[in-house]
Design a protein around this ligand. Structure first.
Ligand SMILES: Nc1ncnc2c1ncn2[C@@H]1O[C@H](COP(=O)(O)OP(=O)(O)OP(=O)(O)O)[C@@H](O)[C@H]1O
Ligand SMILES: [Mg+2]
Length: 295
């Protein structure tokens, strides 16, 4: 399939939004591969769903998806079929026993990984058609700074940047933040330290980011906490189950539960008629606020 063949309907009219509540959309991203974006997205989404929040997890690592693998799901159809016009978004959503709604993507499909801004915006807009009540949508993005990652980040109400305490991860995350800020007008980021020893190292990661980031007064960084390096997470993944379910008392599970509590406490979007069409491309507001550091 050529990119020119993409058949996604970009003209779909937004559904009636008069009875809808705004939805919190959290993009989980990061400049470097393998920092734990998918593990955190899956476990955070799972924790939110278990706490009774109506939660959807979108696998936006479009060409190299693996959310379904981590959750032990075997999707018959994926976003690839939606983009091809073979089925509607509604038809590919899978729901886990805990009530987590999952939108699976395809794996090993280069064309999906290379969607341009227009196609990605169309994909983002396709969410407007969904007629499901939602509180939170977690978006597990691909690594780096592709147009598609930028489209998903622009559409989100919160962006979590997952960073490890290693030079390449810190450098690539800074590059991603600076690029999203300069080229896409996205200025608010929440830094989550992953695979660290504990609270102290988590703060070290955050401080390194703040210290290294070019002094741009528009950027607002806040610290979203840390997830410790924990073997239980690997064991849970091997068992295709979330660490929150498999080892609820493990350090990783407790940190993820803490993150879920934080997420619930973050200010909810106030945009009227948000439902899922909040999930259209838009610039993050408060562009003029100064570079602010909270922890
Ligand atoms: N806190 C943690 N403790 C131990 N292992 C972890 C932790 N977080 C992630 N991992 C492991 O690191 C590896 C990479 O994680 P994951 O696939 O979630 O990263 P990713 O950022 O989504 O990668 P990609 O860039 O390929 O999408 C996996 O084997 C995962 O189990
Ligand atoms: Mg991933």
């Amino acid at each position: 399939m050529q990119l020119a063949d993409v058949k996604l309907d970009l003209s779909s009219a937004p559904a009636d939004d008069s009875r809808r509540e705004p939805v919190q959309v959290i993009a989980v991203t990061g400049g470097k591969g393998g920092t734990g974006k998918t593990s955190i997205s899956v476990n955070l989404a799972h924790g939110l769903a278990r706490s009774g929040r109506r939660t959807m997890l979108l696998d936006a690592d479009l060409g190299m998806a693996n959310v379904d693998v981590l959750l032990g799901l075997s999707p018959q159809r994926t976003l690839f079929d939606v983009v091809n016009g073979e089925c509607r978004l509604e038809q590919i959503i899978m729901t886990t026993a805990d009530g987590l709604m999952v939108v699976p993507a395809a794996s090993g499909v280069r064309q999906l990984a290379q969607l341009g801004t227009r196609e990605c915006a169309g994909l983002v807009r396709a969410f407007s058609d969904l007629d499901r009540p939602l509180d939170t949508l977690i978006v597990d993005t691909a690594t780096g700074i592709s147009e598609c990652v930028a489209s998903f980040c622009r559409a989100a109400t919160e962006i979590i940047v997952v960073v490890c305490n290693e030079p390449a991860s810190i450098r690539d995350s800074i590059a991603q933040i600076e690029m999203l800020s300069a080229d896409y007008g996205i200025h608010r980021f929440r830094i989550l330290a992953n695979m660290v020893a504990g609270a102290r190292e988590g703060k070290v990661v955050f401080r390194k980011i703040v210290a290294t980031l070019a002094d741009d007064h528009r950027q607002v960084l806040s610290y979203a906490g840390y997830i410790p390096r924990d073997q239980h997470l690997l064991e849970a993944i091997a068992g295709r189950i979330s660490v929150v379910s498999a080892f609820p008392r493990s350090r990783a599970a407790m940190a993820l539960a803490n993150l879920a509590r934080q997420v619930i406490s973050w200010p909810q979007p106030v945009q009227a008629g948000g439902h899922v069409e909040f999930f259209v491309e838009r610039l993050i507001q408060n562009e003029n606020s100064g570079k602010e550091v909270t922890s």
